[in-house]
Write a protein that binds this ligand. Structure first.
Ligand code: ZN
Length: 254
């Protein structure tokens, strides 16, 4: 019998917002409902703008909400000393390369970081898919080739991955692992069975389920996914780190 496991997985690239707190609450409630172990995982592998105060904010928020977890860092010191993903880049790279050995199709993309999420390109605007460029760490990103019509089942939803995510980045241009890769590897290693996310991350769930096939992560494919609504402000605009802080988050790259 599989032991149920779920996780809180904030990204420390800004202060938490109401959407994060809602996610924490729903994840904790689901854990209690299904008797799952609750893990805390701070996803800083690609958080280029990590600041200590963002990690402190995570722990302060959890304490304020009365949430207890059984796996993961106890506080920001513990996180920085023992749990940071920034020291695991080589590990994520190995996981990606073994996926490529297993048949994962990727290509090097030289396009400058772009916020244009054009369907089918995922941000590549230069047609790199057919250019057969050599991957140069620090100069090219690696994108997954997502054939048109690739459909991924996420619970009861069916996502057209090529339409929604395009050829998404699995290794960043700045030579850091991309969020999608890290999330699959970490969810695999934690043996996660339940994943609770905002509805805006449905495409990410589909991308990760798709990746999981080559990353030996069957639990990511069979996990129970819950995508919840997002809190909106008075203007009906999605609250996010970007709207609250007036900055662009890594999510643009995700
Ligand atoms: Zn490109």
């Amino acid at each position: 019998m599989t032991v149920p496991v779920t996780r809180l997985a904030p990204t420390p690239s800004g202060f938490l917002h109401e959407g994060n707190r809602l996610n924490f609450r729903l994840t904790t409630e689901l854990a209690a409902e299904v008797g799952a172990a609750l893990a805390l995982r701070i996803d800083d592998a690609d958080a280029a703008r990590y600041r200590r105060e963002y990690a402190d904010d995570v722990f302060a928020t959890l304490a304020q909400m009365g949430i207890e977890w059984s796996v993961g860092p106890r506080d920001a010191d513990d996180f920085e000393a023992h749990w940071t993903q920034r020291s695991k880049s080589d590990y994520y790279r190995e996981q990606l390369w073994s996926g490529i050995d297993a048949g994962l199709m990727v290509y090097a993309c030289v396009c400058p970081r772009s916020r244009q999420h054009g369907p089918a390109t995922g941000g590549c605007v230069g047609g790199c898919r057919t250019r057969d460029l050599t991957h140069e760490p620090g100069r090219t990103a690696l994108r997954l080739m997502v054939p048109a019509g690739t459909a991924v089942a996420v619970g009861r939803d069916r996502v057209d991955l090529a339409e929604v995510m395009g050829d998404f980045v699995v290794w960043r241009r700045d030579d850091l692992p991309a969020y999608q890769l890290v999330s699959v590897v970490e969810d695999r290693d934690l043996a996660v069975t339940h994943i609770v996310r905002g509805a805006d991350l449905l495409g990410s769930s589909a991308a990760q389920i798709h990746l999981a096939t080559w990353l030996q992560a069957p639990n990511v494919i069979t996990a129970t996914y819950v995508h919840h609504g997002l809190i909106t402000d008075a203007a009906g605009v999605k609250l996010s780190k970007s709207t609250l802080r007036g900055t662009v988050t890594e999510e643009a790259e995700r």
